[in-house]
Ligand binder design. Structure first.
Ligand code: PXP
Length: 234
């Protein structure tokens, strides 16, 4: 049985379009939890284009499940995380000009200190990486607690053959992550159509999904959008 992390960044994107108060991601988080989210995921970006520090602070007080903070591996962000203490920090790459997180993190030896510092504050550390054996082994070497597999290539795969190849790559990566004793997470570009093939692998423990849930919520409401995805990942 897998768990669902609902990424609410795009609720904040809509709010920031008018720089106002609505829709409030704090309200969205409460509804997502009420309808089955096992975790609330937010990305506090360096340019603060959607989630604001205010959101992180309030969500830390109001989230009743778990709070997963996606962030760049930067000293400023480590300081914020150590102060606010989300349950999990997911280290992600970040480029100012990108529309969304485009690729997996290039894990380097410098990340060892950051992971250690976050863990010392009682925070679980996950790393968002491509499903490549070498990078997964590096994550283990750096003592990451969990690995989030970047599923973007699978989500964007056009032809059936390409999709099948990507599913196989994700399966092998998930098996390796598990065998190394780390938690297996997946995310990026997952939607109501492409999630099932991954769930059928029966090895991924948690999914973080944002864009497709918020997009569907525009038409059906957030309760239905969360509930339907929750049923698919179960
Ligand atoms: N997981 C990580 C680490 C991400 O950076 C993102 C995008 O913010 C997601 C999951 C969610 O991706 P999507 O919005 O495409 O569902």
């Amino acid at each position: 049985m897998a768990e669902l992390g609902v990424n609410i960044d795009h609720i904040a994107t809509l709010r920031q379009a008018r720089q106002g108060r609505e829709p409030d991601p704090v309200y969205a988080a409460a509804i997502a939890e009420q309808y089955g989210a096992d975790q609330i995921t937010i990305h506090l970006r360096e340019d603060r284009r959607h989630i604001q520090l205010r959101d992180l602070k309030i969500l830390r007080k109001t989230v009743q499940t778990r709070l997963n903070l996606e962030m760049a591996a930067l000293p400023e962000m480590v300081k914020i995380a150590r102060r606010i203490k989300p349950d999990t920090v997911t280290l992600v790459p970040e480029r100012r000009e990108e529309l969304t997180t485009e690729g997996g993190l290039d894990l380097r030896t410098e990340h060892r200190g950051i992971i250690k510092e976050l863990q010392a504050a009682g925070i679980e550390v996950s790393v968002f990486i491509e499903p490549e054996p070498g990078i997964i082994k590096k994550a283990k070497d750096l003592h990451a607690d969990a690995v989030e597999i970047h599923t973007g290539r699978y989500a964007n795969a056009g032809r059936k053959l390409e999709k099948t190849r990507e599913i196989e790559r994700i399966k092998k990566a998930a098996q390796l992550i598990k065998s190394l004793g780390m938690r297996v997470v997946a995310g990026h570009g997952l939607n109501y159509h492409n999630i099932t093939a991954l769930v059928e692998l029966g090895i991924i423990e948690e999914y973080n999904i944002g864009h497709s849930i918020v997009s569907r919520a525009v038409f059906t409401g957030l309760p239905e959008a969360v509930l339907t995805m929750k049923e698919l990942v179960l």
